[in-house]
Structure formats: structure tokens, C-alpha cells
Design a protein around this ligand. Structure first.
Ligand code: NI
Length: 190
């Protein structure tokens, strides 16, 4: 079911979300939440979405990038469900991602992100996993992980002069950022 997306100002986006009891992952409540995240993300053309963005303060997010019109330069990512996520940085390097958020309509800005991370958590069937993510995709995971900790991308913006509307991004910055993405992917992988 497509659910309404919460917007910045809604306190649910500022909560440190509760962990899911591993014994509840198979329950209709959690499986239904995951289905709603998938439906809502696809409908809104997000690259990812976290449970508080549909008003549920639980530590669950999904990532999926496939022919994304909002982020046409992002490498493809098959649907991934992450429950009770943890992220470890595997390098001190940082790059600048140009981020937007379904919960902050109209706004984008540069956000420093780690280009090589380890993501651990439970998958949709409750199995523990641990994997590495790189480059632009690593940035997407960090953005969604921030959501379950009540953190929004403007909290991490250092170059505040990079704030722009989507229209100005497309008109002025997207072409240059595509070159940056190619270089980030070339150095770190997707
Ligand atoms: Ni977001």
C-alpha cells in the first residue's frame, strides 16, 4: 500500500527509532511495513526510504535504484531490505554526494559521505547479513541509516552554499555532478 510520506517538521523524523525484535520479522506487521515501504518508494521514485518516512519509528529501511528519474546518474541497486542496520566506515576518505530526500521536498545539497562501508543487519527473512557497499551506493545507505537515527541530510551539510532547488540542480549542477559521480565510481566502485 502506498502510504503518505512524512515531511521535515514531523517529530517522527527526529526519533531514534526502535529496533525490531528478530522474532517479529516474519510477522504480518513487519512484512506489511516492508511491502508498504516498497510501494511508497517506487511510487515516489525514491532511491531508498526508511520506516519513519511513512510514520513508523522502527529501524527498517530499503534501498532500490532502477532507472530512477530523480537520480538518473545513480548506479543501479537491486531491492534491498535492511532491518536493525549498523554501518561501519572502512576508510577515512569522504566524498560529496548531492542529496535530496522524499521528506524534504524541493531541496538538495552536498553532503559528505564515506565511500566504503560495511552494512550489517537482518534481511527480509530475518537472516543476519554483513556486506560492503561503495561509492554513491554507500552514500545512499548512509542517508537511509541516518533516518532511523532521526538525522536528516541538512544536519550533515557543510557547504551550505550548495543548497539548491531541484530545478536549479538540473539547470546548473547536474552535468558537473555526473562527472564527479563517474570519478567516484571509478575510484571506489558503485
Ligand atoms: Ni531521505
Amino acid at each position: 500500500m502506498i502510504r503518505p510520506i512524512t515531511h521535515i517538521g514531523n517529530p517522527v523524523l527526529r526519533q531514534v527509532c526502535d529496533a525490531v525484535d528478530p522474532g517479529d520479522v516474519a510477522s504480518p506487521v513487519i512484512q506489511g511495513l516492508i511491502n508498504d515501504l516498497v510501494d511508497t518508494k517506487r511510487h515516489a521514485n525514491g532511491a531508498g526510504i526508511a520506516a519513519p518516512q511513512i510514520g513508523v519509528a522502527l529501524r527498517v529501511f530499503i534501498v532500490e535504484v532502477h532507472n530512477n528519474p530523480r537520480y538518473p546518474y545513480k548506479p543501479e541497486v537491486p531491492l534491498d531490505v535492511v532491518i536493525n542496520p549498523e554501518i561501519t566506515f572502512l576508510t577515512d576518505d569522504r566524498y560529496e554526494n548531492f542529496e535530496g530526500c522524499l521528506s524534504i521536498p524541493g531541496l538538495r545539497a552536498r553532503v559528505p559521505r564515506c565511500p566504503h562501508i560495511r552494512v550489517t543487519g537482518l534481511s527480509r527473512d530475518g537472516a543476519p547479513f554483513s556486506k560492503e557497499e561503495r561509492g554513491i551506493t554507500a552514500g545512499t545507505y548512509q542517508h537511509e541509516f541516518d533516518h532511523v537515527n532521526g538525522v536528516l541530510f541538512p544536519d550533515r551539510v557543510q557547504d551550505t552554499s550548495s543548497y539548491c532547488t531541484w530545478e536549479e540542480f538540473h539547470a546548473r549542477y547536474e552535468e558537473g555532478f555526473r562527472d564527479e559521480v563517474a570519478s567516484i565510481v571509478g575510484r571506489w566502485g558503485a
